[in-house]
Structure formats: C-alpha cells, structure tokens
Design a protein around this ligand. Structure first.
Ligand code: 1HE
Length: 269
C-alpha cells in the first residue's frame, strides 16, 4: 500500500528550499528549487544540513528526490564568481558538513534520480546510501569544463562508487553517462522506468526502516570505514561491530523469531 505522506512540522517546515513530508517511519525530502533545476546555493546547502541533523526520532529512513524535470543541476554557479581562495575552502567545507550529515547521519537515505544528476547533484547523490535511477537520469561532472574542481565530497565519494578512471574521464572530457551506463559503473543500484522511482524508493525505504536500528547503524557507519581500513584492522573493527550488533535485544528477538519459524526465509524477489 502506498505510504501517505503529511508535511513535516516545526523547524523542518521552515526550510523553504526543501519540501519535507513524513509517512510513519519514512521521510520524503525533496530538493525544491525547480525553476533553477535545484541548483544548490548556500542556503540550500545549509538547509540540507539542518534537515538531516534534525530528523524526527520516528523517522528511520529517508527518500531524497528533486522537484521538477531534474534531480539537481549542482552548485549554483551564480554564487561562485566573487569568492576568495579562503572563502572557497570554507564554502567547500559547508558542503562536506552537509554531505556528511547525509552519509553519516542517523538513518539510511535512498536517492531517487531523474534528469540531470550533475556536479554537486552527483555529489549529493553519492552521499546517499542507495541510488534508484529513473531511465531519464544522466550523470555529469561539468566542473572540468567550468574551470573548477569538485568541492562537495565528489572526489572522495564518486571514485568509491564508480572508480577513479570513470571520474577522471567524466571530468577531463565532459563525458555524460546515461542511466544504464551509470548503473553498470556503480553509480546507481537500480534503474526503473520514468515515473516509477519514487514508488521504488519508498518500497526500499520501508524495508530499511523495518531493520533493527543498530544493524542499519553498522551498515552506515562501520561498513564504509572498514572498507577504508587495511584488512587486519578492518577485521578487528568488524569483530567489535558484530559483537555490539548481536548483543542488542533487537538482534536476539529477530534470530529467535527465525528459529521459531516466525520470520521470513531468504527468497528470490
Ligand atoms: C542554474 C544552474 C546552476 C541551471 N547554477 N543556475 N552545474 C552545471 O554546470 C550544470 C548547469 N546547468 C545545466 O547544464 C542545465 O541547466 C541543466 C542540464 C541542468 C538543465 O537544463 P534545462 O534546459 O532544463 O534548464 P536551463 O534552461 O538550462 O536552466 C533553467 C534555469 O536554471 C536557468 O535560469 P533562468 O533564470 O535563465 O531561468 C539557469 O541559468 C538556471 N540554472 N543550472 C545556477 N548550476 C560543491 S562544488 C560542485 C560544483 C558543481 O556542481 S559544478 C557544476 C555546476
């Protein structure tokens, strides 16, 4: 049954460049600047940060989408021209804080992508935990052509999804990947028909929200860090995380439910 979303209240309702709605344990966060193709100005970066550090306790997963014809046109280029070098560093760090609030926040985030997913738009998408691409989605890193470099975490996150060679090609040559190419290279985990992305995102978010919170925590917080460690260090951290997760009541109840034949089996979908 489709989720029934209602507008968020309080602080989240005051974020005018986002539209935030909540249905039980799932929040729908929408980039809401369609006239500018959801180009990300300083206010929108700050609002993304505020949103993800202030999600209500009842929310256990987020679906992130873009209003209008495109997911996101990246950095608002109209704000770029007059910055000094020092201001540029600090500006990039505001993006890092906002993208970290998404990637290392409290709950997993499913991005639903359509149309342009370019520059900072791809940086936002790559800070999410799962990406669903509609057939119309396309990926570009026009920074190379604009005479700049990525500054929203793209150089750390995009190569971890699609490899340094793919990102180098996109930045040096302006290569644009379509939805299928992006899927093949690891930029998205799903490709669906145009118009089907939100339903797919909600379906995934509901499953995620039903997991034990400590399981989701370990996947979000421990897994990417372990992947960055040497194998011996990673295995050590894994042993700690495994013991913490399995010691939790939620894990014990879920394992008992399976053994007592009250929980589902692993099945092909
Ligand atoms: C913008 C922006 C923007 C649109 N900054 N205003 N990103 C880019 O280099 C991508 C630039 N944008 C585009 O290539 C196209 O706009 C799109 C392919 C995304 C969409 O095309 P289209 O035909 O649907 O829209 P449009 O007519 O180009 O744009 C509509 C309006 O949005 C128009 O403004 P208007 O006042 O004339 O109506 C555009 O100027 C405006 N607009 N994109 C400012 N990006 C943390 S570092 C990250 C570094 C980067 O992200 S660099 C990549 C920047």
């Amino acid at each position: 049954m489709p989720l029934t979303f209602a507008p968020a209240a309080g602080l989240l309702a005051s974020l005018d460049l986002l539209r935030i709605e909540i249905a039980q344990a799932v929040a729908h966060v929408r980039l809401n600047r369609p006239a500018k193709r959801n180009a990300v100005n300083d206010t929108l970066v700050a609002q993304l940060h505020t949103c993800f550090v202030n999600l209500p306790e009842a929310v256990h997963a987020v679906v992130l989408t873009g209003e209008g014809q495109h997911f996101c046109a990246g950095l608002d280029l109209s704000e770029l021209s007059e910055r000094s070098v020092a201001e540029g560093v600090l500006h990039s760090r505001t993006w890092h804080a906002a993208m970290d609030a998404i990637q290392f926040g409290r709950v997993p985030v499913v991005a639903v992508l359509h149309g342009a997913v370019v520059g900072g738009g791809l940086e936002i998408a790559s800070s999410c935990h799962i990406r669903v691409a509609e057939a119309s989605a396309y990926y570009g890193l026009p920074e190379g052509q604009r005479g700049i470099f990525v500054g929203g975490g793209g150089s750390a996150r995009v190569p971890r999804l699609a490899g340094v060679a793919t990102m180098t090609d996109m930045m040096l040559t302006g290569r644009v990947l379509d939805a299928q190419e992006g899927y093949q290279k690891g930029l998205s985990q799903y490709v669906v028909a145009d118009g089907a992305g939100f339903a797919k995102g909600c379906e995934l978010a509901e499953k995620i929200a039903g997991n034990a919170p400590l399981s989701n925590f370990s996947v979000m917080q421990a897994l990417p860090r372990i992947a960055d460690l040497s194998q011996p260090d990673g295995l050590f951290v894994e042993s700690l995380m495994a013991a913490i997760a399995q010691g939790d009541d939620a894990a014990k109840q879920r394992v008992r439910a399976f053994l007592e034949k009250r929980a589902g089996k692993v099945e092909k979908s």
